[in-house]
Design a protein around this ligand. Structure first.
Ligand SMILES: Nc1ncnc2c1ncn2[C@@H]1O[C@H](COP(=O)(O)OP(=O)(O)O)[C@@H](O)[C@H]1O
Ligand SMILES: [Mg+2]
Length: 341
């Protein structure tokens, strides 16, 4: 089977994270609401994958599933393996070890995920002292040196401060340091800079990428920002309405998108200066439970035919990209013209 990156699993060794045919539905109401369907995504050690799509496309749900953090009314199908082990089968203690030592999670809003009553030092040190049998002394030294690596001057003094004494950008650096305390192999970064002031977004992103590269960590970057994802990822996975519509090498996908949705995302970026033919994506993004039998993007797609409205396209390989579009070959030239003229 092909991986999300379009390279067979064998060619790059076993995957670190392997999500297959993931489906997530909420069962507290009838009919059940489907939030995610048929999401397949695999990441290799040290690989950076950008998971891109508009708000509501199921990105955060996918990450929550990978960390087994979904609400109790969520029913999951498909499989998620980390390092060859099914995350679903983890015992309580294996799950705790997985969340604290194998993977790390950086949230969009660092303030919502820190305790206002605990100092930076307590926040950084307590969890690792509990899980890793690091002495308090060692953990404190490690925290201080990590803060310094995050470009936080006066790290010792910062250890005694409370979250409200830190700016959003500083607090997000503390969060990055917190995920690195236990030396994970994979970081989930869910819109890590979206809530920050524009002036510090690129600074925090640069610090995160520096750490990822220096430590050769895998990163799943969740973002609505295709430019950002393309700039920092090896591989891009584009989601729409709870499913993957296109995936491939970041450079190729960015330069030469094969799915009309990816092309529309590229054409509608605020940074785009040229007048484009695919000026905007008509209509609003759909949720998985709102789309019918056909292609998830059919209602907004300028190229949709009757087949697109009735039959869900399978993911298939077209010129090196994985794309779920019946018309990928037929519209390739139109997409090029729309984006590059
Ligand atoms: N706790 C929840 N209960 C019900 N629906 C939810 C919940 N969280 C998210 N959703 C819905 O699930 C879909 C996917 O959400 P999410 O994964 O958060 O999207 P994204 O991260 O791509 O913006 C959306 O339609 C959203 O409204
Ligand atoms: Mg989200």
């Amino acid at each position: 089977m092909m991986t999300a990156a379009g390279v067979s699993a064998d060619a790059r060794g076993p995957a670190l994270l392997d999500i297959r045919d993931l489906g997530i539905r909420l069962t507290d109401r009838v009919p059940h609401r489907v939030l995610v369907q048929d999401v397949t995504l695999s990441m290799h050690p040290g690989e950076s994958v950008g998971l891109v799509g508009e708000s509501g496309s199921g990105k955060s749900m996918t990450v929550k599933a990978a960390m087994r953090l979904l609400p109790s009314n969520a029913e999951v199908e498909g499989s998620i393996e980390f390092d060859g082990r099914l995350v679903d089968r983890f015992s309580r203690s294996e799950l705790a070890a997985y969340r604290s030592s194998d993977v790390g999670l950086i949230h969009q809003d660092p303030r919502a995920h820190t305790n206002p009553m605990r100092t930076v030092g307590q926040f950084l040190v307590e969890s690792v002292v509990a899980t890793r049998k690091m002495s308090k002394r060692e953990a404190t030294d490690r925290a201080i040196s990590l803060l310094a690596e995050m470009g936080i001057g006066d790290a010792r003094r910062r250890m005694d401060q409370y979250p409200h004494q830190l700016s959003g950008g500083l607090l997000q650096r503390v969060m990055i340091a917190a995920t690195l305390m236990n030396e994970p192999r994979l970081i989930f970064a869910d819109e890590p800079t979206t809530a920050l002031d524009v002036t510090v977004q690129s600074e925090v992103m640069a610090i995160l990428m520096e750490q990822i590269e220096e430590r050769d960590l895998g990163m799943l970057l969740v973002t609505h920002d295709l430019d950002l994802a393309a700039a920092v990822s090896d591989t891009l996975v584009v989601m729409y309405a709870g499913t993957v519509v296109e995936s491939g090498g970041a450079k190729d996908l960015y330069a030469d998108p094969r799915h009309p949705y990816t092309a529309a995302l590229l054409a509608s970026r605020p940074s785009t200066t040229q007048v484009k033919r695919l000026v905007s994506i008509q209509g609003r993004p759909a949720a998985a439970f709102e789309v019918g039998q056909g292609c998830v993007f059919a209602a907004r797609c300028p190229f949709a035919t009757e087949l697109c409205r009735t039959d869900r396209p399978e993911m298939r390989l077209v010129d090196g990209s994985h794309v779920a579009c019946h018309r990928a070959e037929a519209i390739a030239d139109d997409l090029k013209v729309a984006l590059h003229d």
